[in-house]
Design a protein. Sequence first.
Lengths: 316, 445
Amino acid sequence: MEAMSRNPAHASLRLRRLFRWRPHQQWEAYLFILPSVLGFSVFVFAALIASLGISLTDWGLVGPKAFVGLDNYRSLLRDPVFALALGNTAFYVVTIVPLQLILGLLLALALNQGLRGRETFRMIYFLPVVTTLVAGAIVFRLLLGSNGPLADAVSAVGRLIGQPLSLPDLLGSTRYSKWAVVLLTLWKNTGFTLVVYLAALQGVPQELYDAAHVDGATSWQRLRHVTVPLISPTTFFLFILQTIGAFQLFAEPFVLTRGGPAQSSLSIVQHIYDSAFRFALMGKASAIAWFLFFFIFGFTLLQNYFQRRWVHYETE
Amino acid sequence: MSLRNRSAHSALLAVALAAAACSPAATPAPTSQAPTAEATQGAVTLTWAFWGSPEEAASHRLVADAFTKEHPDIKIETWNEPWDNYFTKIQALWASGDPKAVPDVAFLWPTPKYAAEGVLENLDPYIQKSGYNLNDYWGGLLESAKYNGSVYGLPRDIEVNVLYYNKTLFDKAGVAYPNDNWTWDDLLAAAEKLTVKDASGKVTQYALAVEGGKFAKWVNQNGGGILDDYVNPSKCRLADPESIAGVKFFADLMNNGYAIRDADLSQAGGDEAVFLSGQAAMIIQNTSRVSAFNKANLNYDVALVPIPKGGKRWNPAGGAAWVISAQSDNKDAAWTFLSWLQSKDGGEKIYTERGEIFPALQSAANSPAFLTDQPPANKQAIVTEAGASGVGGFGYFPDWDELNGTIISPVLQKIWTGEADPQQVLPELCQNVDQFLKDKGYPKK
């Protein structure tokens, strides 16, 4: 194969083979992906292209469109709510992503010890992932509320130890509302991180641990120099996925706090939603969506560039 | 999964998620029957759109039946969605531009925004031709359905905010029931006695529960305001001393523990829930709570909302309105239906009798349909507050939602949490409001 691909004639033949339209051989395959392709074209691709056009107009969803060029993008620079939502979203990214990775890894390491009832624990941690977010958020709202059971428990503990203790108003104050959202997101998503990490941990060859052991490595050193490098491709995958997810956080703050109080937990995607469907500013909403796209795209490229510094593939 | 598609589509995702978030399983069954072949020669079929709970939808259908009985030549098909989805869906119908799909008559709010988009029929010519009486509406109410001076919708009801009080809790605290002469000072004195705290200082019973969004009542009672003109504004008035004092009165009620904080109120399930459970002795709310309180056999009554010394009564004039779509192909029949809905013996009577609304028409409010022997006993308080209706609660211009949602209400929310002092933040808020108005080209000529 090596020799073949170096030969230009062979290479171009291979390319042509790869891209040749061979309906007599593959029509079943195309048929299988047709529903997905159709759905994607209409509901994703067409809408995507349309949103680019809409971002250049002033449109209230029901009235006529007026072309305004790049005004919507320029107006973002002067929109204080946009800046605020961007700041909140940055907060979500820098808190949720690392916390979720660390928590997920720690739980996976614990479950990987082969303790009894591992399956039960795994199920318990994974349960939130398959729970409806809205239901979860409503329970969180009841739990964390200033008159909720958590607040009652904290003040009960305070009475026991004779100190006035009280839970900060997590949902009702602008200082803590973002943390409430972080808490909900961690509860919801850490199970996924855990399961992916668990699979990765089980793929680390035992010989390497044995070798390290023979060399006198402590358990911390084994973790630091064997486990962490070997599961770094998984970390990279989760890191990218979670960063994008955190940038696009919407349902969690939307259901838990409605972005409040006083926009303190408003995420950038909820700002898109509000602009489009509360204030009927479709052009502005599309412009923010495209801004977010380029922002995440650039961020992901950067991550991809820096991965060579810390991601180790076994084949290398 | 391709990152490109994922990230660029946050907007669509947002919609999908929002839809998922807003409609927990209860996707409404489409209630409109499939268009049947028209039975009678020359019969017209109108599509009628509204939002509401199953109980409300049942009232609407009762109204449609009563109308068809009087006008056999006009058939009514209904289209309904819960409040959360209604506006998105009806906007999508309009955006589709298909006159067959667009409802002929719809329930809508806020009317000026849609009128500005050109999707609503100007009702002035119909009103003139038929001699429909606009003077029967409560003061200022029609402003909420006007655009550029023309009427684009007829409000079905008016939001009349009154003070509900729990008689049992008042008796227990030994406080006299509110009367027509109560001032803010009387309210404070009663609140002091009606607030119950446990040993650790936590409030277990609030004297009062009022949504933060109702702050305009205090401001206007005190002679303040939000804007200098609610149709074509040029200046913010929230930094006027009277306005600041009104906001401060409300904020102090919360800061002193007399009134439940706005964010806590919504977590606790809203004023209806805390009033029913006895967590709050008084609430200020519109008449929509009456049926729930009656159903629960609560020992309550309503009263006028106390005013400051030297202040005036004030009630926000606003209510969702019936409109006719500009794309309708049966506009005359639609007007026949609309004007019947908004007549004392037509739709207004049925909705009022069923306890759905406080009627937009003064004649309907002063009729037996409203003055029943059902609680609350003090119906006169509701009629008196309605008579004090005027502009001042919100803007009647298309950009109001955005102005309020992005600039005004976030600052007020910060005041309701106790983190901001009205004296300090309202002047800056007003500068931002003025800048917004300037950027949007207000005042318009």
